[in-house]
Write a protein that binds this ligand. Structure first.
Ligand code: NAP
Ligand code: F7E
Length: 328
């Protein structure tokens, strides 16, 4: 039975990846940091099928011990401070988690077992002020937030450890991917949750920031499949994972509200408090390398994604009478 370690298993992607690997017959070890209140909402349904171990990206010793004790063949480094606005409020912590945390992981792999295959969660936020449309593996980076800058570091240190120590280390440059398990602070889930609440008479308005910004939004379970495929190849490499389509926040609102028969313009209020100090205006990825080499392609399009998320939020509200975040 192959064994994988997932850092960030309590997050959106970590929980989907755990589902995917269990389905493939893997033994799954998940690293979680210690908190006074445990939040296993996203992995509750598989809690008795995964091994949870305590560790933190800030603590190199904890990472080394986990690798020594559990001997995974594959490590998926998904843990990070992943919310872009927080990266301006906590730029140093974001650098510690999202940038230096990658070096701690890679060096632990190099120290304990150089045969471990390593996946790094890189991000389309590295493209920032885009230098080319669509963005591909060779497009130069121009990050626009402390989060984006930290991810560029994580990306290059992964390549550097691959080239310096011959590690099987891959970087997935993933564009935004969403679903019912997305944190409620991210714009897609914020919108679909509000649409459901407004539809059921639990709210009347939705306050958003920049409606013109455009993203290449995909379906999260598709994207964890791409992560796994990267580690099954003969050679380590880096891949863009995206749908190749771009839509604005405004279009997302239109689609979500009209799906339940509401007029978005009657409910959405633009609130400058949600503007960012520097914005990433437009992202659209070119996934042709992932399609050609990995045989990967997305299974859910933009409209289906919006509808799936609205349906899930409506169902959650019907079930609980009050929204329970992160259950999906
Ligand atoms: P997420 O939902 O925010 O999950 C982040 C995970 O990291 C959580 O499990 C969190 O644990 C954990 N974590 C944070 N700091 C940690 C620390 N110091 N030590 C150990 N664990 C820590 O993020 P996601 O959407 O699943 O994304 C997964 C990864 O892909 C992240 O690296 C993100 O930056 C990257 N990425 C995401 C997207 C996307 O569209 N979702 C696109 C490109 C790249 P707690 O539960 O304790 O907070
Ligand atoms: O913002 C605009 C906002 O926070 C998308 C992370 O997973 O994907 C994610 O980063 C856009 C931005 O995601 C609101 O200004 C308008 O232009 O959903 P988001 P993100 O910043 O693209 C990348 C690939 C990652 O790697 C990250 O970890 O929507 N926007 N109004 C808003 N955004 C939020 N959050 N809230 C608003 O009210």
């Amino acid at each position: 039975m192959p064994k994988a370690l997932i850092t960030g298993i309590t997050g959106q992607d970590g929980s989907h990846l755990a589902d995917f690997l269990l389905e493939k017959g893997y033994e799954v070890v998940g690293m979680v940091r210690r908190t006074s209140t445990i939040n296993f909402d996203r992995i509750r349904h598989i809690q008795d099928r995964v091994t949870i171990v305590q560790g933190d990206l800030l603590d190199q010793v904890s990472i080394i011990h986990i690798l020594q004790d559990h001997h995974p063949e594959e490590v998926f480094n998904l843990a990070a401070q992943s919310f872009v606005p927080t990266s301006w409020q906590q730029p140093v912590l974001t650098g510690e988690f999202t940038a230096l945390g990658v070096t701690r992981m890679l060096d632990a792999v190099r120290t304990v077992d150089k045969n471990i295959r390593f996946y790094q969660a890189s991000s389309s936020e590295m493209f920032g002020k885009v230098q080319e449309v669509p963005q591909r593996e060779t497009t130069p980076f121009y990050p626009r937030s402390p989060y984006g800058v930290a991810k560029v570091y994580g990306h290059w240190i992964t390549i550097n450890y691959r080239e310096s120590y011959n590690l099987f280390a891959c970087s997935g440059i993933l564009f935004n991917h969403e679903g019912p398990r997305r944190g409620l602070e991210f714009v897609t889930h914020k919108i679909t949750n509000s649409v459901a609440r407004i539809k059921l008479g639990l709210a009347t308005e939705l306050r958003l920031g920049n409606l013109e910004s455009r993203r290449d939004w995909g379906w999260a379970p598709d994207y964890v499949r791409a992560m796994w495929l990267m580690l099954q190849q003969d050679h380590p490499d880096d891949y863009v994972v995206a749908t190749g389509e771009t839509h604005s926040v405004r279009e997302f609102c239109q689609e979500a509200f009209s799906y339940v028969g509401l007029d978005w313009e009657k409910h959405v209020i633009v609130d400058p408090n949600f503007y960012r100090p520097a914005e990433v205006d437009m992202l659209v990825g070119d996934p042709s390398k992932a399609r050609r080499v990995l045989g990967w392609q997305p299974s859910v399009n933009f409209r289906e994604l919006v509808h799936l998320m609205v349906d899930a939020d409506l169902a959650a509200l019907h079930q609980t009478g009050n929204h329970t975040p992160h259950v999906g």
